[in-house]
Design a protein around this ligand. Structure first.
Ligand code: THU
Length: 147
């Protein structure tokens, strides 16, 4: 399987564990690490809506908690409204603005741009981006002398 297909499949599996009863929009994220291992996350909503965490942020925090923040090389994201036949929506889901900033922390600490593969819930449509194109002129650790 290609990198994109592998990460989208892992993200789709992770989306099955989304806790998203309020939006019913289930998102999964998969991070490819430099040793080939994969760390995943799913969105984690809260009854106090503003406290909700996106799938990408959960995944990056999980990698960081294992000491792997600097090792992230590529990302897969998939999302869609949950329906009777599973996830819906053909349009690829790209990381929200806050998640782009969170991913940028990993990119700058790791010293590399990240490739982000995005897919929709129902379809095979795939869109792949560099984080530097999704978040140009990013503020990050380098601005604080940390990378
Ligand atoms: N969501 C993500 O998990 N990642 C994104 O990049 C976009 C949005 C989640 C947040 C919320 O739980 C649901 O999708 C609807 O916005």
């Amino acid at each position: 399987m290609s990198e994109a297909a592998t990460l989208i499949a892992a993200a789709r599996a992770a989306a099955a564990h989304a806790h998203a009863p309020y939006s019913r929009f289930h998102v999964g994220a998969a991070l490819l690490l430099s040793d080939g291992s994969i760390v995943t996350g799913a969105n984690f909503e809260n009854a106090s809506y503003g406290l909700s965490l996106c799938a990408e942020t959960v995944a990056v925090a999980t990698a960081s908690a294992s000491g792997r923040l600097a090792d992230i090389v590529a990302v897969g994201v998939i999302g869609g409204m949950i329906g009777p036949e599973g996830l819906q929506g053909a349009d690829p889901v790209t990381p929200c603005g806050r998640c782009r900033q969170v991913l940028n922390e990993a990119a700058q600490i790791g010293g590399r741009d990240l490739v982000i593969h995005c897919a929709g819930g129902s379809g095979d449509a795939l869109a792949s981006f560099n984080l530097s194109d999704l978040l140009p002129h990013a503020f990050g650790p380098a601005n604080l002398g940390m990378a």
